[in-house]
Design a protein around this ligand. Structure first.
Ligand code: BV8
Length: 239
């Protein structure tokens, strides 16, 4: 793999834009492809507002199962590189489509979750947020009595405008964008890398295969995130 190392200080602001492929080497299934989540489950039955209204218990059980599956998953070297860069460079951010919390578990603090988190439930009535950790018993009802809802942006849900603004600021203001492990098929998330390109950022893609948006990138590395990121930032996890 011929990878030109990056010197972080050559850039003013670095933005990582990640999808499910960023977590694949941690053992978290991606969404599409043979072993993908949507090949196993029908999202219309377990991961959308209609399903939640129809059978909240089934939806909550599905998400509790996904949390259990995540409990054995650990961040990999790619997550460690991204987190370590945040300690070495003033302007490093992560904009992720992932809901698995692995960036945060690796130590990244500036993480914008476009699609929410498996580790949060919210009361649709009061807006109260319930934070869960690995192994926590999942509450199903709020103190006010209504069914809790996974704090996740499902198909057909609008993204939080505040989250969109923060992601736009980070990606529109970076001069280095690194997009990792996303099939670039889900909108509006898929549109973010174009923002970086339009304002002149150097854009790099890390993916096992090309996507419909690969034309956007100045460099594409066809390899796993856990190997490419340490090669791109060899000094990031020397310590
Ligand atoms: C919206 C939540 C306004 C978590 C997700 C009809 C009705 C309603 C909406 C629509 C509609 N038609 C179109 C839309 C818009 C829709 C959309 O984009 N649909 C697509 C399918 C066409 N978008 C929405 O609904 C969004 N909201 O538009 O609101 C609105 C409202 C009403 C009506 C119209 C508009 C909300 C979208 C958010 C959905 N939530 N996840 C959960 O449920 O689990 S989507 C889910 O898939 C992820 O969050 C992620 O964002 C998305 C894409 O997945 P990826 O992360 O890219 O992962 P994927 O498996 O696809 O690919 C993995 C990649 O990694 C591959 O390329 C692979 O090669 C690579 N890879 C694998 N291993 C590695 C690797 N790379 C590197 N290293 C490795 N080791």
């Amino acid at each position: 793999m011929d990878i030109q190392p990056i010197i972080p200080d050559d850039y003013r602001a670095i933005a990582f834009f990640t999808g499910a492929g960023m977590s694949a080497e941690s053992g978290v299934p991606t969404y599409r492809g043979r072993a993908g989540i949507w090949a196993k489950y029908n999202w219309e039955e377990v991961a959308c507002e209609e399903a939640y209204r129809r059978d909240p218990e089934k939806v909550l059980e599905f998400h509790a199962l996904r949390r259990q599956e995540l409990a054995d998953c650990r961040p990999h070297r790619g997550h460690a590189v991204t987190a370590s860069l945040e300690d070495r460079h003033a302007h490093v951010s992560v904009v992720t489509q992932n809901i698995d919390g692995l960036h945060q578990r690796a130590g990244s603090r500036r993480v914008i979750e476009l699609h929410g988190s498996l580790w949060r439930l919210r009361c649709p009535q009061e807006g109260t947020i319930y934070h869960l950790g690995p192994g926590d018993e999942s509450p199903v009802r709020c103190r006010c009595g209504v069914w809790l809802r996974p704090d996740i942006v499902w198909f057909g849900d609008c993204l939080d405008p505040e989250v969109i603004n923060r992601a736009t600021e980070v990606i529109g203001g970076c001069d280095l964008l690194i997009a990792i492990g996303t099939s670039a098929v889900v909108w509006p998330a898929a549109g973010f890398p174009q923002l970086a390109r339009d304002q002149g950022a150097h854009c790099i893609e890390i993916n096992l295969e090309a996507t419909e948006m690969s034309f956007l990138y100045h460099a594409s590395h066809r390899g796993p995130a856990g190997e490419v990121l340490p090669a791109l930032f060899p000094t990031a996890i020397m310590a």
